[in-house]
Design a protein around this ligand. Structure first.
Ligand SMILES: [Fe+2]
Length: 142
């Protein structure tokens, strides 16, 4: 099942929410690549996701600093997600992107779980603090 943005995924900041919507689409793109079993599409989709996740995390760190939110735990969680993404990518490429239905489900669920966990467990910790700022709070633009 495709990941779809819902308002309960909001963590109270426009920039972060916009990034998360984009990341949901990117995970859907990787899942699609897994389903069609095309290694070049899959590799490209993983690289896009990895790059976006890195810039997103840097942006979140800027916001966390601006609102005096301790980012240490979050940073470790980000490193874990990036490692897991690379692990999944390498594993899929090692098997030449050929997956049975169960394997497709396993990889897809793992990817979706990583992103949803990032939003609902790691980022949600910032939500109570972010809600005391305007929704469009942007430390770079202020
Ligand atoms: Fe995030």
């Amino acid at each position: 099942m495709e990941l779809v943005w819902t308002d309960d995924l909001s963590i109270g900041n426009a920039m972060i929410d916009a990034d998360h919507k984009m990341l949901l689409d990117m995970v859907n793109g990787v899942v699609h690549a897994i389903e069609i079993g095309d290694c070049s599409v899959l590799s490209y989709a993983f690289d896009l996701l990895d790059g976006k996740l890195r810039t997103h995390c840097a942006q979140e760190e800027n916001i966390a600093q601006a609102i005096n939110f301790t980012f240490t735990r979050h940073k470790l969680a980000e490193q874990y997600i990036l490692r897991e993404l690379n692990y999944l990518k390498d594993e899929l490429l090692d098997r030449n992107c050929v997956c049975c239905e169960d394997a497709i489900k396993h990889y897809s669920d793992s990817l979706r779980g990583l992103l949803i966990g990032h939003i609902t467990e790691d980022d949600r910790l910032m939500k109570p603090v972010l809600q005391s700022y305007p929704y469009n709070f942007n430390p770079v633009g202020s």
